[in-house]
Design a protein around this ligand. Structure first.
Ligand code: FES
Length: 143
């Protein structure tokens, strides 16, 4: 399996790792088949992602995708962060091997789940903004 230099870089030196003590949006998603778990912490101020950190217990591709996803949403307005797709994450990493594409879905879902938590804490139904979050990957073909 061949990984791009960007994937290797984000895997070896993941950005924004950790947790935010006073996060006001926390999301956790998991892949039932491979057992990988991704937890995303957001500090949202004035509808902007003021800070973001993550913890991923999973494969290298899951770590690299969460790392680059945090870079892509940091400082962005909420509605833009919600537009982050797993495809954009994969493109930013210069691609992923086909068997690892599902790992990037985890990153997209983790962001959405954390934003949904933020809306819920505000007493707002997140569904119109975030949609329905799948917290599993049906087409996971991890060995
Ligand atoms: Fe399942 Fe990467 S998230 S192997």
């Amino acid at each position: 399996m061949v990984y791009s230099e960007k994937v290797m870089d984000h895997f070896a030196n993941p950005r924004n790792v950790g947790e935010i003590e006073d996060a006001n949006g926390v999301g956790e998603v998991g892949n039932a088949k491979c057992g990988d778990i991704m937890k995303m912490y957001l500090k949202i101020e004035n509808n902007m992602i003021a800070d973001v950190k993550f913890k991923t217990f999973g494969c290298g591709a899951a770590i690299a995708t969460s790392s680059i996803a945090t870079e892509m949403i940091k400082g962005k307005p909420l509605d833009e962060a919600l537009k982050l797709t797993n495809r954009a994450v994969v493109e930013a990493l210069d691609g992923l091997p086909p068997a690892k594409l599902h790992c990037s879905v985890l990153a997209e879902q983790a962001v959405k789940s954390a934003v949904a938590d933020y809306y819920t804490r505000q007493g707002i139904d997140p569904t119109p903004f975030v949609g329905v979050i799948e917290d599993h990957c049906d087409h996971c073909d991890c060995e």
